[in-house]
Write a protein that binds this ligand. Sequence first.
Ligand code: FES
Length: 103
Amino acid sequence: MTQLDYAALSDGKPVKIAVDGVAVCVVRVGDEVFAINDTCSHSDASLSEGEVSGFKIECWLHGAEFDLRTGDALTPPATSAVAKYDVTNDGALVTIHAAAAKK
Ligand code: FES
């Protein structure tokens, strides 16, 4: 697992962190925090460099969108989900848990 300060997360601004050596994209949406694998399932771009809109993040390279809540691919060219990580947030500290549930 990896922890970071909740206060360091800006709404809708992705942050790339390492969780047990894996790049993970962490996004705060309102007062919720989501974490998905940072590597786009289409062609290896970094999703944390993409644009967030509501609960979606758009890959900067070819425009595939993923659901931050589930990791699901929502639009082509990506056709498979990225792993989603469980997050706990006590309002001060955000914990990204290592067990990714790949769909
Ligand atoms: S690398 Fe992300 S959509 Fe192509």
